[in-house]
Design a protein around this ligand. Structure first.
Ligand code: CO
Length: 502
């Protein structure tokens, strides 16, 4: 008997977040829950990330109800979520009391494993969530966002893993959202963490498939001692998604490693989602094959489909390549943040603006705040000129402390504000929904009683915000008026007017 490799199944969260803009309705997941629960997975990732936002923004579905339903339908297997540290599932930093309440409520509603990360790898932004999860007795998984830059070395990542362990993390996740982790670095990183943090440190590896190299990275990581790998059932895999679960099982044959997965349980899941994906065609990313240019642009799967949708919605779909080339420059200017929510959207949107209007002609306040340290510290130095512009624009100084230390307790105020809303149900869960998505929840609370709606059946309702069509000149003359682009960042719309090139 070889060493047993455990598997986290992603199809209920990251797979559809990466491949179909997080739009999958609960009714399309319920039929496979029993098979998934009995297939032998270490955990089922099913909540967090962008699913909470998508539930209330597009699906008229209560995310807490979704979690409780998963718990009921999958009693045997650990449920896992992705949590953005001090940002929770929203897009700003929350005061510690809100973070603590969120973790407590998620645990009480059935969550077992909290994979906690910070987009900038500023570990100070994980501390409160790790402590709060540990108090509930559930698993706090400390996460390293893997990225490649002049300042991100294997040694630096190993050091980060040790710091996470020192902070009390129960396990370590290497999160490779952009499929940048090549096989040999995967081996070196896993081996290094095991050697430094102890062989009994459980290591999880989360890789996307976008560049085509990471299926081999999974194998090398396993050879180096990786304990749990993330995959997704094949009918919703690859492209900007993940490596296929069934292929992992087959690949390991004869290697001395094996999973405990039951393929007989996985086949019906595969067949189910093969049908489901057809009904969500209109949300599927165009990037469904392999793209090694990402080694230069570093754009993760979710961000790619997001940016693509935004540009398409503005009739600027042909400028995707230009934006992809601008992203690494913006990233270097901002101190080489890893690109993952929300830094991916912040850097990505700034890159979109730089391409459409000229470099830093328009600076989003989010990007300015990133420059000024209000999301945390980046590993690299920032471009001094851009930093100065950010300071001038925001009329506030750069900071080096933990951003949440600037916040006053806000729970009571949030509760009062939520209580005033039509349809508020009085629960702390609703307060949390309001805290993370004040505008969207105001609308959601009102319409919640109408019940969840599936966008698979109603493709018209799913269209992204469209800018008003540019006024066509009389007689169909070439347009001379500036075009207004609407770019959605962190749930807020930014408008930018661009004059047609002369
Ligand atoms: Co992912």
């Amino acid at each position: 008997m070889g060493r047993q490799i455990e598997v986290t199944e992603l199809i209920l969260r990251d797979a559809h977040q990466s491949l179909m803009a997080t739009r999958m309705a609960m009714e399309d997941m319920v039929p496979v829950c029993e098979d998934l629960d009995n297939a032998g997975f270490w955990s089922l990732e099913c909540w967090g990330g962008a699913t909470y936002d998508a539930c209330i923004r597009y699906l008229n579905e209560d995310p807490w109800e979704r979690l409780r339903t998963f718990r009921e339908l999958m009693p045997k297997t650990r449920l896992q979520m992705l949590l953005r540290g001090q940002n929770l599932l929203g897009y700003r930093h929350y005061e510690d009391g809100v973070v603590e309440r969120f973790c407590d409520k998620a645990a009480k509603n059935g969550m077992d494993v909290f994979r906690i990360f910070d987009a900038l790898n500023d570990l100070r932004n994980l501390k409160t969530a790790i402590d709060a999860v540990k108090r509930t007795g559930k698993e706090a998984q400390g996460t390293i966002c893997y990225t490649v830059s002049p300042v991100h070395t294997t040694e630096a990542f190993i050091e980060m893993a040790q710091q996470l362990k020192d902070m009390g993390a129960d396990s370590i996740c290497i999160k490779d959202m952009a499929a940048l982790l090549k096989p040999q670095p995967a081996y070196d990183l896993v081996r290094g963490i095991k050697q430094t943090c102890g062989e009994d440190t459980r290591i999880h590896l989360h890789c996307h498939a976008t560049t085509g190299v990471t299926f081999v990275s999974l194998m090398k990581a396993i050879e180096a001692g990786c304990d749990v790998v993330d995959t997704s059932v094949s009918s919703l895999s690859l492209g900007s998604g993940h490596n296929p679960t069934e292929a992992l099982v087959e690949m390991l044959e004869g290697t001395g490693y094996e999973t405990r997965l039951d393929l007989k349980r996985i086949r019906p899941v595969r067949d189910h989602f093969a049908e489901v994906r057809k009904r969500y065609r209109h949300f599927m990313s165009d990037f469904t094959v392999i793209d090694t240019d990402i080694f230069e642009s570093q754009i993760p799967g979710g961000m790619l489909s997001n940016m693509e949708n935004q540009l398409k919605g503005q009739g600027a779909g042909d400028r995707v390549r230009e934006v992809m080339e601008e992203v690494p420059r913006v990233r270097a200017d901002s101190g080489f943040p890893p690109l993952v929510t929300p830094s991916s959207q912040i850097v990505g949107t700034q890159a979109v603006f730089n391409v459409l209007t000229g470099r830093y002609k328009t600076m989003t306040s989010e990007f300015a705040d990133l420059m000024l340290g209000y999301y945390g510290t980046t590993q690299g130095e920032k471009n001094a000129e851009v930093l100065q512009q950010a300071e001038a624009q925001q009329q506030k100084p750069a900071i080096t402390g933990r951003p949440a230390d600037l916040l006053e307790p806000e729970w009571d105020q949030l509760r009062d504000a939520a209580a005033a809303l039509e349809g508020f149900n009085g629960s702390d869960e609703d307060v949390l929904t309001y805290a993370m998505f004040p505008q969207v929840s105001t609308k959601f609370f009102k319409t919640r009683h109408e019940g969840a709606k599936s966008l698979a059946k109603d493709p018209e309702a799913s269209k992204t915000t469209e800018a008003p069509a540019p006024a066509a000149g009389a007689g169909g003359a070439a347009r001379k008026d500036p075009v207004t682009y609407v770019v959605t960042l962190n749930g807020r719309e930014h408008q930018v007017r661009v004059s047609p090139a002369a």
